[in-house]
Design a protein around this ligand. Structure first.
Ligand SMILES: O=C(O)[C@H](O)[C@@H](O)[C@H](O)[C@H](O)COP(=O)(O)O
Length: 244
């Protein structure tokens, strides 16, 4: 796939302003997607991004009934486990907005991680019918301090996975070890991807991802959706020289 990717970086004063800007962007993406094809196909991640979304999304104005939420990656744990990203969204978002539980496409943690990845793809193919690859309207991504995104980690063989939509990982350097993750052919066919990264702990990696030219590239630098948007606070951006 060789289509062009365009990156924008929005630097905000603090986390609260990052959350507001990200939420406004999501609201706009949802409106455009629903106008265009009647649905909003969204992928979400875990970690601090999930906390940003559960804080920011309840204030947006949207037709929640048109949303379908998928996981860009998910931990392979029981839904009662504190590590479950679905648990976080169920308890902190579904209780605040008019989204039905069935609008969140969940993994089946009772299956093995390999089977859970395959089953997740089957759920996706029931929605993205007749498609070689799914086309998400927006994928919401985090970036780990090592430059990972989704559950795609530096120097991991999954970085070059190009045949499945969703893959299992059993050796995640970020606990828990077993997860499922979207692969780059899916990520890079999304109309939009948006990262949110806050805090000085992300500054070094953000500079490497946005202003470095490393080989092999860091996973977060491999995200080449049609448009890639970064919403960052001043602390995370304080080493950047090309964006302010
Ligand atoms: O479920 C996960 O672990 C995430 O999807 C993961 O990719 C996360 O987005 C990054 O690890 C950043 O997390 P932080 O922003 O919390 O560092």
């Amino acid at each position: 796939m060789t289509s062009q990717s365009h990156t924008t970086v929005v630097v905000k004063e603090d986390e609260a302003n990052v959350i507001n800007s990200l939420s406004k962007f999501i609201e706009e993406c949802a409106e455009k997607a629903v106008k265009d094809h009647g649905k909003f196909y969204l992928g979400v991640s875990g970690g601090s991004l999930a906390k940003f979304l559960t804080k920011g999304l309840p204030s947006i104005s949207t037709d929640w009934s048109k949303w379908l939420i998928f996981f860009c990656d998910e931990r392979h744990v029981d839904f009662k486990n504190e590590d479950s990203t679905y648990k976080l969204y169920k308890e902190s978002l579904l209780t605040k907005v008019d989204l039905k539980d069935e609008q969140i496409i969940k993994i089946n943690p009772e299956l093995s991680v390999d089977e859970a990845a395959t089953e997740y793809v089957q759920q996706m193919k029931a929605i993205f019918t007749e498609c070689d690859w799914p086309t998400f309207d927006l994928l919401l991504l985090g970036m780990g301090p090592d430059g990972h995104t989704c559950s795609l980690f530096p120097n991991h063989p999954l970085l070059s996975e190009d045949s499945v939509w969703v893959a299992p990982i059993k050796d995640s350097p970020k606990p828990p070890p077993c997860r499922i993750t979207m692969t780059f052919p899916v990520i890079n066919r999304a109309q939009h991807s948006a990262f949110a990264a806050c805090g000085e702990g992300k500054a070094e990696m953000l500079k490497r991802v946005l202003e470095g030219d490393e080989q092999p590239p860091l996973p977060a630098a491999m995200v080449k959706s049609a448009t890639v948007h970064w919403f960052v606070d001043k602390s995370a951006a304080n080493l950047l020289t090309k964006f302010s």
